[in-house]
Design a protein around this ligand. Structure first.
Ligand code: COA
Ligand code: AMP
Length: 628
């Protein structure tokens, strides 16, 4: 069947399409229908089903005779170790960890925060929660204690599972002190913590609260899978929004299983026994969906890579992993390829990659230079696909497992079944092909996408549903061409994308505004050759402040690192007298971005005082920006 036929099938009978896709999942109780629209415009899927995620990701493969197949390959150049875990071993490890959690009182619906680096134990912790019907929330290791504390208070976990440390090429990341500080800052306190001690740094445990990973599991009874309702939350994953408070995206269990399983064949063209590798981190949605759940649900072998694209040890690291582990489909962010291209512009380090079928890119706009480099040197299809934490899988892609459509560079190709993507003007009317507008998806969103935000239904409606009634607002702007190909051009909110990481400039502004000398501030994302975008702060100091500007800037940089974390990559700020604003007081961030990037820009008609832009330009030029 062609892509057009498959998409057409879904359009004609969405319920039938998803019920048929549900055939790829083992159910405790099969769903009698797919969509539940009883609370529209809040939609849910497979609500009357009973199912367990861990069963589908682990146990069923052992029963099917694939117990000896590798489930996880851990390849860690930063520790110099490699390690294979078969499906049978994974079942044993996960059922034991789940047994230990259960013995300490963790039940269906309890929240568990996971704060771990790229080790198989992170996946085991996720799967153990899924086995019990507990709701995990994984927090990325590059976030600071304060961000962890915010998440602890929002989801009120009964337990936290963490590692003693993470390993970055330049330093050991001390997870345990970060965890202790986060628990101290948070109002909610977990009942207990489980600490996976790594030999690179063994952490001091807090008596009565902390348990060492192995001792915790000693002598416990392994447990079976707990069936949950189809709409039971599988996990909460926090992502950046416009304000400092992160949004807790809820992932519903059954839709997640059905949709991810469908994507493994249709988009990634992988099935049981194939090796799949997503070079991301379990702390991000790509890691949830394509390091942990989807490859395991499909019975693949997943690679857990604890290293970087360059420097561990060089720009050939990815190609070594692909060849050594016989990777079939490989997924990474454009920024990682840009880092490799910078070190190996002529592709001299790229060997033949006989097992590789395709390269998948997502997380940020894939620039044509990077795509060309990859096409020329890897000699496989390079597939850009567009998605968000909220959806959990691709909204638009080139579905290699159905049909390899012609590639249009700069476009993540076409909408996947389930997604009726439209470009709207400010009034919410669809625009004609080629016209730029807000990208929205006609409701209902398909199975597996967010039904709401954790404890924040109002915010969910405000953030996604209210602006364009009947649609989900993606927060991205772009256009659709005459052939139905989508082009994602920019965000419509204050979210920026730094090295494939989604960050809120609003959150950084909140931190800067708390500095005692800062009266007002703005953060923008300026173009960066390597990371796509890089944050830059403008600081207006209090009237009385006569502190040296570089001192204040240094303190502000440290403040963002301490409050949000190194991942914010906030390294540059300038002091200015005033910020450019409209007459109604809105900061003209978009104009500042254009000036910084040396793009053509127009004087906004609503600007309060045009002279301020000269001062901004001079400040940007002092940083080597605003050229052209
Ligand atoms: N735990 C703790 N700190 C982390 C971290 C983690 N898991 N991941 C990153 N950091 C830190 C880094 O050490 C760095 O700290 P520094 O300021 O002390 O150097 C900071 O966060 C920024 O990290 P990063 O964005 O990784 O920049 P980099 O300069 O170290 O590396 C790249 C540049 C391009 C190699 C890197 O960004 C990369 O591999 N990007 C791909 C990202 C990706 O796969 N995203 C997928 C999302 S779908
Ligand atoms: P995240 O929720 O972290 O996955 O970030 C989602 C955002 O990243 C999207 O809303 C887009 O702004 C951006 N993004 C993801 N994939 C792509 C892509 N293929 N092309 C352009 N932008 C992308």
């Amino acid at each position: 069947m062609s892509y057009a036929q498959v998409y057409g099938q879904w359009q004609q009978d969405p319920d039938g399409f998803w019920l048929s896709a549900a055939g790829g999942i083992d159910w405790v109780k099969r769903p009698s229908k797919a969509l539940d629209d009883s609370r529209a415009p809040l939609y849910e899927w497979f609500t009357d089903a009973q199912v367990n995620t861990c069963w589908n990701a682990v146990d069923r493969h052992v029963i099917a005779g694939r117990g000896k197949q590798p489930a996880i390959i851990h390849d860690s150049p930063v520790t110099g170790t490699k390690h294979v875990i078969t499906y049978a071993e994974l079942q044993d490890r996960v059922s034991r960890l789940a047994g230990a959690l259960k013995a300490k009182g963790i039940c269906k619906g309890d929240r568990v925060i996971i704060y771990m680096p790229m080790v198989p134990e992170a996946l085991e912790a996720m799967l153990a929660c899924a086995r019990l019907g507990a709701i995990h929330s994984v927090v990325f290791g590059g976030f600071a204690a304060h961000e962890l504390a915010v998440r602890i208070d929002d989801c009120a976990p009964k337990a936290i599972i963490a590692a003693s440390c993470g390993i970055e090429p330049s330093r050991v990341v001390h997870y345990k002190p970060l965890l202790d500080s986060a628990i101290e800052q948070a109002t909610h306190k977990p009942d207990f913590c489980v600490i996976f001690q790594r030999e690179q740094e063994v952490a001091k445990l807090t008596e009565g609260r902390d348990h060492a990973w192995h001792e915790f599991q000693y002598g416990v009874e392994p447990v079976d899978c707990t069936p949950v309702e189809g709409n039971h939350p599988a996990y909460i994953l926090y992502t950046s929004g416009t304000t400092g408070a992160p949004k807790g995206v809820v992932r519903p269990t059954a839709g997640h299983l059905v949709a991810l399983n469908w994507t493994m064949r249709a988009i990634y063209n992988c099935g049981a026994g194939d090796v799949f590798w997503a070079a991301s981190d379990v702390g991000w949605v790509v890691g949830h969906s394509y390091i942990c759940y989807a490859p395991l649900i499909a019975g693949c072998t997943t690679v857990v890579y604890e290293g970087k694209p360059v420097g561990t040890p060089d720009a050939a690291a990815f190609w070594r992993v692909i060849n050594e582990h016989k990777v079939r489909s490989f997924f990474t962010a454009p920024t990682a390829l840009r880092a490799i291209k910078r070190d190996d512009p002529d592709g001299k380090l790229v060997p033949k990659l006989p097992t590789l079928q395709a390269l998948y890119l997502a997380g940020e706009r894939a620039d044509p230079d990077t795509i060309h480099w990859a096409q020329n040197h890897l000699k496989v299809p390079v597939i850009d696909h567009w998605w968000q934490t909220e959806t959990g899988y691709a909204i638009a892609a080139n579905p290699l497992g159905i049909e390899h459509l012609p590639v249009k560079i700069g476009s993540p190709s076409v909408p996947m079944p389930g997604f009726d993507v439209q470009v709207l003007d400010e009034g919410g009317h669809p625009v004609s092909p080629g016209t730029l507008g807000a990208i929205a998806i006609k409701l209902p969103l398909p199975p597996g996408t967010l039904p709401t935000l954790w404890n924040a239904e109002d915010r969910f409606r405000k953030s996604y549903l209210n602006h364009f009634p009947g649609y989900y607002e993606t927060g991205d702007a772009g256009y659709i061409d005459a052939d139905g190909y989508l082009y994602i051009m920019a965000r419509t909110d204050d979210v920026i994308n730094v090295a494939g990481h989604r960050l809120s400039t609003g959150a950084m502004e909140e931190v800067l505004a708390a500095h005692k000398d800062v009266a007002e501030c703005a953060v923008i994302g300026v173009a960066d050759d390597l990371k796509g975008q890089s944050p830059l702060g403008f600081l207006c100091l209090n009237k009385g402040s006569n502190r040296p500007h570089d001192e204040v800037v240094k303190e502000c940089v440290k403040l963002v690192r301490d409050q949000i974390g190194p991942v914010a990559d906030f390294k540059r700020a300038v002091v200015v007298d005033r910020l450019p604003k409209t007459r109604s007081g809105k900061i003209l961030r978009g104009t500042m971005v254009k000036i910084a990037d040396g793009q053509p820009w127009k004087m906004p008609a609503t600007i309060d005082d045009p002279a301020i832009l000269d001062e901004i330009t001079t400040a940007l030029q002092s940083l080597g920006l605003a050229k052209g």
